[in-house]
Design a binder for this molecule. Structure first.
Ligand SMILES: [Fe+2]
Length: 250
């Protein structure tokens, strides 16, 4: 792995000890995948489903990050890079700017299939990494990291965090007049995904102004999410957000 572009994130880099995963952990992975995949085959975006095949995710075995990256890197330059846990913001942004997705290697237990307070390998790889095979999304995510890495103002970063939340984590896309999910928090949470599919959540057309004005709530199912018409829209929104941030008018 090339890590020459990294500095503040270096202390968080680890190796994935693949042989240490137990049969029980592979079985938990298979159960996590099995309980969401039937819904996702109907309701996930084409980009996510294509990415799932491209990176070679398996339904019954935990992913080996080096194998995932070997399939992903030639396509978009992204790498799923093992880290020790939750990263401070500067380290997180630095890794995104270098197309290194900080990926946890631990897996939730069978007792907490639906929810973990911190991301695990299921959220990070199953939820996030397939989208990194999409060229426009891949560009957006790198740009997001490099812009945020250069900003120190916490208020501006909080606003940009809303853009991340309502796209990367909880984004929706309209495909042939149907709402599809692509955000990792929807992909990797049965409850959040059903909340959208069953119509309990309002869906507005994506607008940068409305996204920036909508605070993030982490303690309840979403009541409002945003649907793009194509991933070009979030790429363009990132450019607009960057230019507003530089002019202090975000
Ligand atoms: Fe996430």
């Amino acid at each position: 792995m090339k890590t020459e572009a990294l500095s503040v994130s270096v202390p968080y880099l680890i190796e994935q000890d693949y042989s240490a995963y137990t049969d029980e952990q592979h079985a938990v992975w298979a159960e996590l995948v099995g309980r969401v995949l039937p819904e996702l085959e109907k309701h996930a975006s084409r980009a996510y489903l294509d990415g799932f095949e491209i990176i070679g995710l398996q339904r019954d075995r935990l992913p080996r990050l080096s194998a995932i990256s070997a399939r992903l890197e030639p396509r978009t330059g992204w790498n799923s890079t093992p880290v020790s846990g939750f990263l401070p913001a500067p380290a997180f942004f630095e890794m995104l700017a270098a197309r290194r997705f900080p990926t946890t290697t631990w897996l939730r237990s069978r007792e907490s299939l639906e929810y973990t307070p911190e991301p695990d390998i299921f959220h990070d790889v199953f939820g996030h990494v397939p989208m990194h095979a999409h060229k426009v999304f891949a560009e957006f995510l790198e740009r997001y990291g490099s812009v945020c890495a250069s900003i120190k103002d916490e208020t501006v970063l909080e606003k940009l965090g809303r853009l991340f939340w309502y796209t990367v984590e909880f984004g929706l896309i309209r495909e042939h007049n149907e709402i599809k999910v692509y955000g990792s928090g929807l992909i990797s949470s049965h409850g959040e995904c059903l909340n959208v599919i069953e119509g309990h959540c309002a869906i507005h057309d994506f607008s940068l102004d409305e996204v920036l004005a909508t605070p993030v709530k982490v303690d309840e199912l979403h009541k409002l999410l945003f649907a793009v018409s194509s991933f070009d829209q979030i790429y363009e929104a990132m450019h607009e957000a960057e230019s507003r941030a530089r002019q202090n008018r975000l």
